[in-house]
Design a protein around this ligand. Sequence first.
Ligand code: ADP
Ligand code: MG
Length: 137
Amino acid sequence: MERTLSIIKPDGVERNLVGKIITKFEDQGIRIAALKKLQLSKKQAEAFYAVHKARPFFGELVDFMSRSPVVVMCLEGENAIQRNRDIMGATNPAQAAEGTIRKSFSKSIGENTVHGSDSAEAAANEVAFFFAASEIC
Ligand code: ADP
Ligand code: MG
C-alpha cells in the first residue's frame, strides 16, 4: 500500500473539473485518504517546486500555481505512486495517452491540470508538505 500526493491545479479547479478528475482515480480503485482546497501563496508554490528552480519555466509555473485555488489530495492504493502518474498521463498533453487526465482535460504543457509525486521520496515529502498525519485516514 502506497500513499502519494495529487494536486488538481488552478486550471482544473477553475473549469469545475474536480469531480471528473477524482472519478478517474476512484474508478481505478484509488482511495482518497485526505483532501482539501486551498490557494497557494507565491512563496508556497516556490517552495513546493524548488526542485525546478533553475528551469526556464519556473516563474511561469509559480505564477500559474498561485493564481487561484488548488485541490490537494493524498491518494492511497497498491502502487499508487506509479498508478497516479499513469492516470495523469505525460507532462505534455499532446503526448498523453488516450483516457488520461491530461489527454482529456489539459490545454498546454504548463497548464496540465494535475500534479503527481514522481517517487517514494517525493511522495513522502509532498504529502507532509500539505497534510498532518492526523488529517490522513
Ligand atoms: P510532471 O508534472 O509531469 O512531473 P515536471 O516535473 O517535469 O512534470 O514539471 C513540473 C511542472 O512544470 C509540469 O507539470 C508543468 O506544469 C510545468 N512544466 C514542465 N515543463 C514545462 C515547459 N516546458 N513549459 C512550461 N511549463 C512546464
Ligand atoms: Mg514532476
